[in-house]
Design a protein around this ligand. Structure first.
Ligand code: ADP
Ligand code: MG
Length: 373
């Protein structure tokens, strides 16, 4: 069952189309992430759902009901803002229950809900404090508590963790996801951080310039990016994107004479390879690309290795304890199935058949004169 239905919604600010003909559905009980770079329209979309803005065109339905003109409370949504927006002169308890007192909720009911929320968020010991006496993470919990206590069926969060340090962000990510699943809340969560999106979401909507670029499960976006934009945006380390050209025996990486990657034309196509799909091998191993190690970024469990050949570079991910030394000559290997192919002009993904007769096992192509570094 759908909980939030966004239908062909646009929002213009003068000449700027902040949201441009966007349609999507949030299913009941799911965590949907709106992801995208700064300025792509995420907050505007969220504020439209919350009733803080009205759309220029299109409509929004919540639990099957058109909500045009209704306030957030009447829509059955609660929102958590990036800035927390806590009242500095009120205690934690009063901040959390503020919305309920405004609506005239009975004292006993308010107390019951406060107990529950405080226990959920580990705030019991802090209820008498003022916001200034709390850490960033604790303030964020209070902001979350204020949204949860409304017991609204839909909870909207706008970059709720961006003011916190990395460790706390990771902890709170898990807490929010856990709470959302336990309470069965429909959550729409805005972030520009792809790690946050991938680790929390049931489904991700990637936005770009006011439009939806791609939507799907995190694995869909990771495994089959529909465009170069998605390919660049999704993934821990950036995907290698290499322009292709026509060589004597088929498609080659532009600026090199080979080896051929597949039999048909490469011109106007871009090869995408995730660093985690590129294996560093010895020169005499299976690698058909010979390259020189230009840089190693050691990250503990893993290392990112920049491998140069000519003007080009490929980033490969290795185990932290098996990264090759800088200056070493190495071979690079990848599976044919790990390749992503895009049309350079449109930026759109090409199906495997679109690439013509792709050699099924790229890595077995022999090294016809290694690429000169
Ligand atoms: P995001 O949250 O993805 O960073 P926003 O939704 O805040 O993006 O903004 C989308 C676009 O709309 C931006 O170009 C921004 O400058 C513009 N915008 C947002 N709010 C307003 C406003 N109140 N008045 C005018 N322009 C706005
Ligand atoms: Mg924003």
């Amino acid at each position: 069952m759908s909980s939030v239905d966004v239908r062909s919604v646009s929002k213009a600010w003068g000449d700027t189309l902040a949201v441009n003909d966007v349609s999507f559905t949030a299913r009941k009980g799911e965590l949907l992430v709106l992801l995208g770079p700064s300025g792509c329209g995420k907050s505007t979309m969220l504020r439209l759902i919350a009733g803080l803005e009205e759309p220029t065109a299109g409509s929004i339905a919540i639990e099957g009901r058109d909500v045009s003109g209704l306030t957030g409370a009447a829509r059955g949504v609660a929102m958590v803002f990036q800035s927390y927006a806590l009242f500095p002169h009120l205690t934690v308890a009063d901040n959390i229950t503020f919305g309920l007192s405004v609506r005239g909720t009975a004292k006993a009911e308010t107390a019951r809900r406060l107990d529950k929320v405080a226990a959920l968020l580990n705030l019991e010991a802090l209820l008498r404090r003022k916001p200034a006496q709390l850490s960033g993470g604790q303030q964020q919990r209070v902001a979350l508590g204020r949204a949860l206590i409304a017991e609204a069926p839909v909870c909207l969060l706008d970059e709720p963790l961006s003011n916190l340090d990395a460790q706390l962000r990771q902890d709170l990510r898990r807490e929010i996801r856990g709470l959302q699943q336990r309470l069965g809340i429909t959550m729409i969560y805005v972030t520009h951080d792809q790690t946050e999106a991938m680790s929390m979401a049931d489904r991700v909507i990637l936005m770009r310039g006011g439009r939806i670029e791609q939507q799907g499960r995190p694995a869909d976006l990771y495994e089959r990016p529909a465009t170069l934009f998605t390919a660049r945006f999704i993934g821990g380390a950036p995907m290698n994107l290499l322009d292709l050209d026509d060589g004597p025996h088929g498609a080659v990486i532009a600026g090199t004479t080979g080896p051929a990657l597949f039999a048909s034309s490469g011109r106007g196509r871009v090869l995408g390879l995730r660093p985690e799909d590129v294996t560093v091998d010895s020169v005499n191993g299976r690698g058909c690309f010979h390259a020189t190690v230009a840089a190693v970024e050691y990250l503990g469990g893993e290392a990112l290795v920049t491998c140069r050949f000519g003007e080009r570079a490929i980033l490969a991910r290795t185990r932290g304890d098996s990264a090759p030394p800088i200056g070493a000559t190495i071979g690079l290997v990848w599976d044919a199935a790990a390749r992503h192919l895009f049309d350079a002009a449109s930026g759109r993904r090409l199906s495997e058949t679109g690439a013509g007769s792709l050699s099924p096992q790229l890595h077995t192509i022999s090294n016809q004169g290694s690429i000169r570094a």
